[in-house]
Design a protein around this ligand. Structure first.
Ligand code: NAD
Length: 346
């Protein structure tokens, strides 16, 4: 009997990778092989995935910047026909301190992966990009045609560089079909309450920080800037539930596999089309979780863009994807998981 096809998910122990594995397994059309060196992911992720899905996922604990180790994944798993590449370091402040680490890890792993995919004859790749490639765009909401801007951080620069590599590589090799998914602000946790985000390196992002304040680990939630030209003066972001983001990968993979997509590189925004202010997000977290947090409002922080939100028409039209879960559900599930995770640690 012919082996079922598998998707290689890199960064499968991480936040978006683990939720995407759960959606691929729920869809049921493909098996999954993961590659994660746990530089930020959690070793217990695969146990939680098994508990939720009833399926064991094999993880290769390899650094994807190492070609020989990456080659072994493909040679031992000839049933792999596509790759979803999440593995990267993602802390903006850390990238400012250690740009060389971010370039060698994030750009280096994509280069190695593309080389090994070519050797193995695997020609479909979905890449995790970010809305940071639009920088401080004066036009909102941003579409996939909105001009890209100079990166605000070394982390953002790695995303721009990786997109450029993917574009050049896809154009040079006509058998390749690739997609860069530009995420806006993934938030929330799995509906089961059994898995969610774990940040090992340092806590970044509004929702993880809100959870840290609610847990008493931080004293206050600090709102940076209340004089932006927005409806309440705080920055506008575009939050999307992690399960909606994960589901988009299943749809993007099916689309790349279909005759609807041509060869080459395709770009999709994964945003809701709705901007939420930081003040609104903080209020939503407190309201759905029946909590009152110590909110401190202060001056702007360098590097923050006033507003960034997505026009999601292309993903809706081509992939049939649009977010289904609400901001309240993101905040509720994030805090539910945080409490569960903390109880497991104590
Ligand atoms: P994460 O840190 O939770 O997951 C990334 C995983 O990759 C980690 O488990 C880490 O151990 C692994 N990894 C990193 N470098 C590796 C290497 N060289 N070899 C093997 N494994 C390696 O991050 P996430 O939030 O799940 O993000 C996934 C992807 O999405 C990243 O590329 C990130 O830049 C991108 N992204 C994330 C967000 C967000 O808000 N979470 C927004 C935009 C884009």
């Amino acid at each position: 009997m012919k082996d079922r096809e598998s998707i290689l998910v890199t960064g499968g122990a991480g936040y978006i990778g683990s939720h995407t594995i759960l959606e691929i397994l729920r869809d049921g059309s493909y098996d999954v092989v993961s590659a994660d060196n746990f530089s930020n992911g959690d070793a217990n992720t695969f146990r939680r995935i098994a508990e939720i899905s009833g399926k064991e996922v094999k993880n290769y604990n390899v650094d994807l910047t190492r070609a020989a180790d990456t080659r072994r994944i493909f040679s031992e798993n000839p049933q792999i026909t596509a790759v979803i590449h999440f593995a990267a370091l993602k802390s903006v402040p850390e990238s400012v301190e250690k740009p060389e680490l971010y370039f060698s890890n994030n750009v280096g792993s994509l280069e190695v992966l593309l080389g090994e995919m070519r050797t193995a004859g695997v020609n479909k790749l979905i890449f995790s990009s970010s809305c940071s490639v639009y920088g401080n765009s004066p036009v909102q909401p941003v579409t996939e045609e909105t001009p890209l801007q100079k990166a605000e951080s070394p982390y953002g620069a790695t995303k721009l560089k990786c997109e450029e590599i993917l574009r050049t590589y896809s154009a040079a090799h006509p058998e390749m079909k690739t997609a860069a998914l530009r995420y806006f602000n993934p938030a929330g946790a799995h509906a089961s309450g059994k898995t969610g985000e774990i940040q090992k390196r340092n806590v970044t992002g509004l929702v993880p920080i809100l959870c840290a304040v609610a847990a008493g680990e931080r004293k206050e939630i600090y709102i940076h800037g209340t004089d932006y030209p927005t409806r309440d003066g705080t920055c506008i972001r575009d939050y999307v539930h992690i399960t909606d983001i994960a589901r988009a990968h299943v749809l993007a993979h099916a689309w790349l596999n279909s005759s609807k997509s041509s060869a080459g590189m395709h770009v999709f925004n994964l945003g809701s089309g709705n901007g939420t202010t930081v003040e609104e997000a903080v209020n939503a977290f407190q309201k759905v979780n029946h909590l009152t947090l110590n909110v401190v409002r202060g001056p702007r922080r360098p590097g923050d863009v006033a507003a960034i939100y997505s026009n999601g028409e292309k993903a809706k039209r081509e992939l049939g994807w649009q977010p289904e879960l609400s901001l309240g559900e993101m905040m509720r599930s994030a805090w539910e998981w945080e409490k569960k995770y903390r109880s497991l640690q104590s």
